[in-house]
Design a protein around this ligand. Structure first.
Ligand code: TYD
Ligand code: MG
Length: 454
């Protein structure tokens, strides 16, 4: 019999300590450290392999001897979800779906599991809603209800025990914040409970080859269960983003051991549940009929595909001694840097102007290819010039005013051509050899060339 170990964990930040102390020396909070008794390892095949059960053998192999086809994928009913997960759900993986309350996590997973249950055993564990509530929702959405197994339970040990009998291929645990383990003394939702519950479920997933999908609510500052205590033990972490008052939701992977990160999936919340958006560029481009200054379309790269998004900038003379710089959907530091580049190399002084930047549709842009778009939109708003509707702009701007090439230039231009754009201002090195017919490509190497091209 393995000896039970004891650990001391801070409820605020999740830091481990060898003994109890009054103040956490990591986050300086008082009285947050609780005792956690780590139970003996759970029954089942011992394996520490992060893939799926059955592959962890003791043999030493060279890389090329490893069977690459051995990582099977379960296709969920949503293609967008599969893409974000890197091609489907990997058996035995632990997946975390995070998001604000009301984002639609329960709806997404209920729809997915009802469809999956048609072809394989699946279990939906709800700790938040009653079984009637879930059944009513499934009924209203017209989902197939005959095969999905439901369980209302919040004890992680019980869930794993029942799952051992039911032998599902996929389990959804909604949500990790209400789950508890008898060994941990703090209340459900505290950092140590969430951490231990998640790592228990992750071990269970790996040892039994069952994919476990956990739902996690994010706190006000956008992190999962306080600090990122969960992210290192699970295999994939995806965030479901979007305000409950907007129609569109985006699904983005932040960590994925089985695929690319920052892959974006787009859904629309309708009265019949979530629907996939196959052509997201179309929705982020829904522009007003009237032309306005300060609006330019950019082509950002999201994971493995291009996305056309409208960028709006408003430059207005400021009444305050410290003009405001506000960026929604973009990094404010990047905006400050680009304003300096504009002053120094573009000759436009905006020190007495308020600058507001908004990425339409609630997308968050981290791609540096938006630099040039932002600068040109700023100039357009500053001068009050309306830019042509069929113009797209992308390119990274360096501190010395040079326009740097960005990856996947050809694909970006093709995407713009597909949506009927006729002119593109792009970095010189991104001008493709074969220009799409009917399109005019203007390659620029310096900021002043771009301003001339406007
Ligand atoms: P839910 O899946 O319960 O959110 P979460 O589990 O992430 O907290 O989704 C709730 C929201 O979705 C709620 O604001 C209502 C909306 N909704 C629809 O608009 N249409 C629908 O068909 C459903 C099921 C929900
Ligand atoms: Mg929910």
């Amino acid at each position: 019999m393995a000896k039970n170990k004891t650990a001391y964990v801070c409820n605020e930040c999740g830091q481990d300590f060898p003994r109890w102390q009054g103040q956490c020396s990591a986050c300086q909070e008082w009285n947050t450290i609780t005792e956690v008794r780590l139970g003996p390892p759970i029954a089942g095949k011992a394996s520490s392999f992060s893939g799926y059960a059955g592959q962890g053998s003791n043999e030493v192999k060279t890389l090329n001897q490893i069977d690459l086809d051995a990582l099977p994928r379960i296709a969920s009913s949503f293609k967008e979800l599969d893409r974000v997960l890197g091609g489907g759900i990997v058996p035995g993986s632990a997946i975390l779906i995070g998001g604000h309350p009301g984002a639609g996590k329960s709806t997404l997973l209920l729809q997915t599991l009802c469809q999956l249950a048609e072809s394989m055993p699946a279990l939906y564990v709800t700790g938040e809603e009653s079984l009637q509530q879930v059944a009513m929702r499934a009924n209203r959405l017209g989902l197939p209800m005959a095969n999905l197994k439901m369980l209302s339970e919040t004890s992680v040990e019980q869930i794993c025990q029942i799952a051992m009998q039911e032998k599902p291929k996929v389990i959804v645990v909604d949500s990790i914040q209400v789950m508890h383990i008898s060994e941990v003394q703090s209340s459900p939702g505290s950092v140590s409970q969430v951490r231990e519950s998640a790592s228990y479920l992750t071990r269970f997933a790996k040892q039994n080859g069952i994919a476990v999908i956990m739902v996690g609510h994010v706190t006000k500052d956008g992190s999962l269960a306080g600090p990122k205590v969960l992210e290192h033990c699970i295999d994939c972490s995806v965030m479901f983003e979007g305000d409950s008052d907007s129609r569109y939701r985006t699904l983005r992977s932040h960590k994925n051991r089985f695929g690319a990160i920052n892959e974006l999936g787009v859904f629309a919340m309708t009265e019949r549940g979530l629907k996939e958006v196959a052509n997201p560029s179309a929705i982020f481009l829904s522009r007003a009929d009237e032309d306005a200054s300060g609006s330019v379309v950019m082509v950002v790269w999201e994971g493995t595909r291009p996305l056309l998004v409208e960028l709006q900038v408003l430059v207005d003379s400021s009444a305050m001694p410290n003009p405001r710089r506000v960026a929604v959907g973009m990094d404010a530091n990047r905006l400050a840097m680009l304003l300096a580049v504009m002053h120094r190399h573009g000759g436009l002084m905006m020190a007495d102007q308020d600058v507001f930047v908004n990425v339409v549709g609630g997308v968050k842009v981290t791609d540096t290819s938006a630099d040039l778009t932002l600068l040109l939109a700023m100039v357009s708003s500053f001068r009050g010039d309306v830019l042509a509707r069929d113009l797209v702009v992308f390119g990274e701007v360096g501190l010395s005013g040079e326009i740097r090439p960005v990856p996947n230039g050809q694909e970006r231009i093709m995407e713009a051509a597909k949506h009927g754009f006729k002119r593109a201002i792009v970095p010189l090195a991104n001008v493709p050899k074969k220009i799409p017919s009917g399109m005019e490509i203007i390659g620029v190497g310096k900021l002043n060339q771009a301003l001339e091209a406007l």
